[in-house]
Design a protein around this ligand. Structure first.
Ligand code: NIG
Length: 400
């Protein structure tokens, strides 16, 4: 669809505090600027000017803080059904088990294409209201060739970053035949899914798939041109992070249990450590120590992991607050991980920053500073979300 502003300039004017994520452009690690305007042409940032800059169209930021849009590099938005009872049981002491995924597989297989599209659309709109401008969306609740392909087909309506996750869990019809299922994922299912996918993923965990099975799945996907990412070290220590690094995956996701060798491997690679603190919250796992990983020099992302089992939230602000409160990250580090870090995890250098040449994906906060995302936990502070300079989460903050 052509933007209504195609070829015209747009200015987001009267920005009280701008986070550029480019230290050379301003103060501190986030490169902040005060009292400026952002000029946009054809969806890209062209320049940062003093407030009052002239353009064909003006958006008044009203002195608000503006940050880059959140890049949510790990979600499972395409699903049907509800697992609120499972969550309530966990809060009463029951453990989280990978096998709960099968409950959602049953509900998803039973939903029509239209139902899945409507449910996914509502979740994407909710994410936009929460300031998320880019989402990665995984399959993984279909687990047959046709159901995985249709889930990815639905996901393509909402993002270019679709991920084939056939190796999410062994479905009931393959019970006790994991190797047969892996073969199916690598052949028939991959053939059906690959035309709709940018990435390939697998769940490397006790109760899901072992390291050799995950290696086979990722290599099969990579041979078809898909980029690799991996669910690794979520529920215990294991070989997942090392495998992700070995295969040059863009991201190792979860990283809840890391030992020194895992951290060294991440630090000496381009593989991003993607933390999913809302999943640790919702499954009562311990929070990982992000400071150790940062000090080793690895790149970190924070993502919501929105899914019905382990993390049913689209609130990146909640994830940022957890990372600051419980993972030893500064507010600046957490903001950067939810923007620039997510962009690195999706190999998108044009996202996660607000500087000339970058995509004009941004969030106007009903707050004087980005710090309020953590200082005011649980409060909806997103005033407007813009993607490519166009409003996609157009709700003004209630009460203003
Ligand atoms: O990233 N760990 C595997 N997949 C999801 C959980 C899916 C579910 O429980 O339905 C995750 O946490």
């Amino acid at each position: 669809m052509t933007s209504p502003d195609a070829g015209r300039s747009v200015v987001v004017d009267d920005i009280g505090l701008l986070v550029t994520n480019e230290p050379a452009l301003g103060d501190g690690p986030l490169g902040v600027r005060r009292n400026v305007a952002l000029v946009i042409v054809d969806g890209d940032v062209i320049s940062i000017e003093p407030a009052g800059a002239i353009a064909d169209r003006r958006i008044d930021a009203g002195g608000r803080c503006v940050i880059p849009g959140f890049v949510d590099s790990h979600t499972h938005l395409v699903f049907a059904g509800d697992r609120g009872d499972e969550f309530a049981a966990r809060m009463a002491g029951a453990p989280y088990r990978a096998g709960g995924i099968r409950t959602t597989v049953d509900a998803t297989r039973g939903a029509s294409d239209d139902e899945l599209r409507t449910l996914t659309s509502a979740r994407r709109a909710e994410a936009a209201r929460a300031g998320i401008t880019t989402v990665e969306i995984k399959s993984g609740y279909g687990l047959t060739a046709s159901h995985e392909a249709r889930c990815l087909h639905v996901a393509q309506d909402f993002t270019a970053h679709t991920t084939f996750l056939g190796a999410h869990v062994v479905p009931a019809e393959f019970e006790g035949r994991t190797d047969d299922y892996v073969h199916h994922v690598c052949t028939e299912m991959l053939a059906a899914a690959a035309p709709h996918a940018r990435w390939i993923d697998a769940f490397c965990e006790v109760g899901a798939f072992d390291v050799d099975q995950c290696r086979a799945v990722l290599q099969a996907g990579m041979a078809r041109g898909l980029g690799g990412r991996l669910h690794a070290n979520q529920l215990g220590h294991g070989p997942g992070v090392q495998l992700a690094v070995e295969l040059g995956c863009a991201s190792a996701d979860h990283c809840t249990y890391l030992d020194d060798d895992d951290i060294d491997a991440l630090a000496s690679s381009d593989t991003v450590a993607t933390f999913l603190p809302a999943a640790d919250f919702s499954t009562r796992q311990p929070y990982p120590d992000a400071r150790r990983v940062l000090e080793a020099g690895a790149t970190i992302a924070i993502a919501t992991n929105c899914n019905p089992g382990s993390s049913y939230t689209t609130s990146m602000a909640f994830c940022i607050a957890l990372a600051v409160r419980d993972m030893r990250m500064t507010i600046e580090e957490a903001i950067q991980a939810a923007t620039l870090g997510g962009a690195a995890a999706l190999r998108r250098p044009d996202l996660g920053r607000l500087a000339p040449g970058a995509r004009a994906d941004l969030v106007l906060l009903d707050a004087p500073s980005y710090a309020h995302l953590v200082y005011r936990p649980g409060v909806p502070l997103v005033h407007r979300t813009l993607a490519g300079g166009v409003v996609i989460g157009g709700l003004d903050h209630v009460g203003h």
